[in-house]
Design a binder for this molecule. Sequence first.
Ligand SMILES: [Zn+2]
Length: 124
Amino acid sequence: MNKELLAILEAKRSEYSSKMERWMSNINSSTPCDRCSRLLPPGDPHYVFTLRMLSGFDGVIQTSEVSPQEEIATILEETRELSKEELEDTVDLTRIYTVCPSCRKHLLKDPLQRGSQGPSGLLS
Ligand SMILES: [Zn+2]
């Protein structure tokens, strides 16, 4: 694993830890459900929903008809407007949400948002 990837992973671990600390410090106050905005008083049942989207790699590097320099120039142009955080999120994105039991059920029923195009969820 190269140093840049290790640095990104360490930054993500640190970000995740600080979010969990913030979440733990708010444990005695009402928290809104991140999906439906319903206030969840202290002690109400709720769920912490972690979304993590990692860039996949199947071991295949496609050959290109353009030179590596042109390819790098294209990538730099396409990512020129992105912040450091947005760029990191294209490789490893983590978000933490608090959801009420009703929204948990909705998320588990259709996590891939396929709607009526077939079962994709963990609940029927
Ligand atoms: Zn909700």
